[in-house]
Design a protein around this ligand. Structure first.
Ligand SMILES: O=C(CO)COP(=O)(O)O
Length: 258
């Protein structure tokens, strides 16, 4: 499989961090560092809703794109506290993280709602970064592939081959998120290749070969190069290390040189 068929994407997932002035400061620091990635790989900052406008203004004219961390599936209506896809696109947001394990664990996100959000995002012209990954216990019970196959099947239900070209899949083993425990390059590659095989089964090989699959889970400046060198790992979704400009840039440079 030819990696050059796909766009490498390094995305920061800031989670619930940074006020607006802090967001501006971090992005101002990141912008010049990653400017050389332009045209080579995609660099994205996925930020809290309150930081989106600041992020869009701060990154204007640079190669840093902006993503949100969630989106509701209805277009509008009585959904107190929610944000629609149209509200995001109107701001200039391009990407949105959907189905992050923290949303699944703490906020009742299910594969059904992940699927609805994905379809709503695509319909509005947003590019979803759909997160999948097994729990530690599921890996111990040797059902990682079953879990991932089910998530891919359900999360991408009704997503057409044309639409999936705009979907990014992030493989984030839940046991590796924020724990300092990283999947080994072999472990991460094995599951990313499995995800691609599931996409090939659902669509076709050419379609699967064009989908960017990221790894996420304690990716950092020290381990990024080895993970990104794997044939089916096309980028990273980075939590903690995306909050430090120098570390985030080291990961971006690993992808540029990879
Ligand atoms: O959840 C993640 C990215 O979405 C990974 O978080 P960490 O990089 O902090 O482990």
């Amino acid at each position: 499989m030819n990696k050059s068929l796909r766009k490498a994407i390094i995305a920061g997932n800031w989670k619930m961090n940074k006020t607006r002035p802090e967001a501006k400061e971090l992005l101002e620091a990141i912008k010049p560092l990653v400017a050389n990635a332009e045209g080579k790989i995609e660099v994205i900052a996925c930020v809290p809703f309150t930081n989106l406008e600041t992020a869009i203004n701060t990154t204007a004219g640079s190669n840093v794109k902006v993503g949100a961390e969630n989106v509701h599936f209805e277009k509008s209506g009585a959904f107190t506290g929610e944000i629609s896809a149209d509200m995001l696109t109107e701001l200039g947001v391009e990407y949105v993280v959907i189905g992050h394990s923290e949303r699944r664990q703490y906020f009742g996100e299910t594969d059904e709602t992940v699927n609805k959000r994905t379809l709503a995002a695509l319909e509005a012209g947003l590019k979803p970064i759909v997160c999948v990954g097994e729990l530690k216990w599921e890996r111990q019970c040797n059902i990682t592939e079953e879990v991932i196959a089910r998530q891919i099947k359900l999360d991408l239900w009704d997503v057409t081959a044309e639409q999936v070209k705009n979907v990014v899949i992030a493989y984030e083993p839940v046991w590796a998120i924020g724990t300092g425990l990283t999947a080994t390059p072999d472990q991460a590659q094995e599951v990313c290749a499995f995800i691609r095989a599931q996409l090939a089964k659902k669509y076709d090989q050419a379609t699967a070969d064009a989908v960017t699959i990221q790894y996420g889970g304690s990716m950092n400046a020290g381990n990024a190069a080895e993970l990104l060198a794997q044939p089916d790992i096309d980028g990273g979704l980075i939590g903690g290390a995306s909050l430090k400009a120098a570390d985030f840039n080291t990961i971006v440079q690993a992808a540029v040189n990879g």
